[in-house]
Ligand binder design. Structure first.
Ligand SMILES: [Zn+2]
Ligand SMILES: [Zn+2]
Length: 378
C-alpha cells in the first residue's frame, strides 16, 4: 500500500536542514501511514479467532489491552482496516497529504453508518477543506440528512448508555465519573459554562477548577436552592474550641466554618442539638431572609458585592455581615449578596468583608495563612 509520496516522506524524516514546521507535518504523514498499515493488519487480525485463544472476548479487546490503546481507538483502526479499500479517493488524498488518517476514520465511520447511497466524492471535498473535528461535525449532519430515523435511534441508544458514578475517597473527596448523551451533556454545559467564567481579572483558577466550582455552585445556588440537612451543636456553630464537627448528609463531618456559612443564608434545614443531644431548633426560623427582604436585597445589590465580581443576584446568597449567631440582625443593613465562591472566602477562607464609606465593600485578606499565600481579591 506504499505510495511514492509515502516513501519520500519516510526517507525525508531524518533531514536536519528542514524547517521544524515541515518536519512536524512530514512526521505526522509517516505516522498516518503507519496507522493505515496498523489498521490493515488489525482488520486481518479481527477476521481470525486468535483473540479467543488468548482468552479475550473480542479482537478489539485484545488490541486494546496488548497494544495499549483505548477501546474506541482500537475499534476505529479495525473499522478503517475493513473498509478503506472501498474509499480509494480518500486513501489517495491521504497519500498526497491533503487529508489525515483522522479524516479517513471519520469517512469510514460515516460510510459504515449510511451504507448504500454514501457519496465519497462530495464528502472528500469537505474533508480537504476542514479540520478532522469540523469534518466530524459535518458528517454528523450528513448522516442525519441521509437517515434521520437511524440518526434518531442512534441518539436514543446514546441516552441508554448514560451513567454517573459517585465514589467517595477516604478523605471525603468525591470522584465523579460518567457519560451523558449529547443532549443531556449540552444541558449540563449550558448550565455550567456561564458559572465557570472567570469571576474577575485576577481570577487565576484554571478551567477545570472553575468547572468544579461551577458544578458545586449549580448544586447549591440558584433559585432552586437545595435543602441541605445538617446536625450541629450550638458550640460547633459558635466555633468553640473542643466542639465536635457537624454532621451533613453525604459528607464527612464538616468544620464549624462551613456550618457557619451554610447557616448564614439559612439554605440549610437546621437541626441543632443542645448539650443533651435534644433537638432544639428544627427547620427555618425568623433568621431566614424573608421573601420581601430577599427581593429588596437583590434589588439593592444586584449582584455579588465582592469588589470586581459580577455574579448575578440569582446565583448569590444573603451573607450576614455580623452573623446571626453573634447577634447580627436580618435587616437590610446587615445583609450583603455574595456568590458561592466569595461567600466561601469570607467564611472558610477567613477573608474579612467590611462596609466602607458610601456602602462600598472592602476586603481584607486573612492575616495568618497556612499553606499557599493569600491571593488578591478576585
Ligand atoms: Zn455568610
Ligand atoms: Zn462573587
Amino acid at each position: 500500500m506504499l505510495a511514492t509520496q509515502d516513501v519520500c516522506a519516510i526517507s525525508a524524516t531524518d533531514s536536519t536542514d528542514e524547517d521544524l514546521r515541515e518536519r512536524l507535518i512530514r512526521k505526522r504523514h509517516v505516522i498516518d501511514l503507519m496507522e493505515l498499515s496498523f489498521a490493515q493488519e488489525a482488520a486481518e487480525f479481527a477476521a481470525t479467532n486468535e483473540y479467543d485463544e488468548d482468552g479475550f472476548v473480542s479482537p478489539i479487546d485484545w488490541i486494546r489491552i496488548n497494544c495499549h490503546m483505548t477501546g474506541p481507538a482500537a475499534a476505529d483502526r479495525v473499522a478503517v482496516g475493513q473498509r478503506f479499500m472501498e474509499l480509494e479517493r480518500t486513501v489517495e488524498a491521504r497519500a498526497y497529504g491533503q487529508v489525515g488518517f483522522a479524516h479517513l476514520t471519520v469517512m469510514v465511520r460515516t460510510a459504515d453508518a449510511i451504507g448504500t447511497g454514501f457519496n465519497e466524492a462530495a464528502l472528500l471535498e469537505k474533508a480537504r477543506e476542514n479540520s478532522p473535528g469540523k469534518f466530524h461535525h459535518i458528517c454528523r449532519h450528513y448522516r442525519h440528512a441521509a437517515d434521520p430515523k437511524g440518526y434518531a435511534s442512534e441518539q436514543a441508544e446514546q441516552v441508554e448508555s448514560r451513567r454517573l458514578s459517585l465514589s467517595t475517597w477516604e478523605d471525603g473527596s468525591l470522584l465523579l465519573n460518567g457519560v451523558l448523551d449529547s443532549v443531556g451533556g449540552a444541558a449540563l454545559r449550558t448550565a455550567l459554562e456561564p458559572l465557570a467564567r472567570k469571576s474577575g481579572a485576577h481570577d487565576d483558577r484554571d478551567r477545570e477548577r472553575r468547572l468544579a466550582d461551577a458544578l458545586v455552585e449549580l448544586a447549591s445556588g440558584g433559585e432552586q436552592r437545595a435543602q441541605i440537612q445538617v446536625t450541629s451543636s450550638l458550640e460547633t456553630l459558635l466555633g468553640l474550641f473542643g466542639a465536635p464537627a457537624a454532621e451533613m448528609e453525604f459528607s464527612l463531618p464538616v468544620s464549624s466554618k462551613t456550618i457557619e456559612r451554610l447557616a448564614c443564608d439559612c439554605s440549610i434545614t437546621r437541626v441543632l442539638l443542645g448539650s443533651e443531644s435534644t433537638v432544639i431548633d428544627v427547620g427555618r426560623s425568623k433568621r431566614v431572609v424573608s421573601g420581601p427582604a430577599g427581593r429588596a436585597l437583590r434589588a439593592r445589590d444586584g449582584s455579588c458585592r465582592w469588589p470586581g465580581c459580577d455574579r448575578p443576584a440569582s446565583w448569590s446568597a444573603a451573607h450576614h455581615v455580623v452573623h446571626w449567631i453573634h447577634g447580627g440582625t436580618t435587616d437590610l443593613e446587615n445583609l450583603v449578596l455574595l456568590c458561592h465562591r466569595h461567600h466561601w472566602m469570607v467564611h472558610e477562607g477567613n477573608w474579612q468583608l467590611v462596609r466602607g464609606d458610601e456602602g462600598r465593600m472592602l476586603t481584607i485578606p486573612p492575616t495568618v495563612t497556612f499553606g499557599p499565600p493569600a491571593r488578591g481579591p478576585d
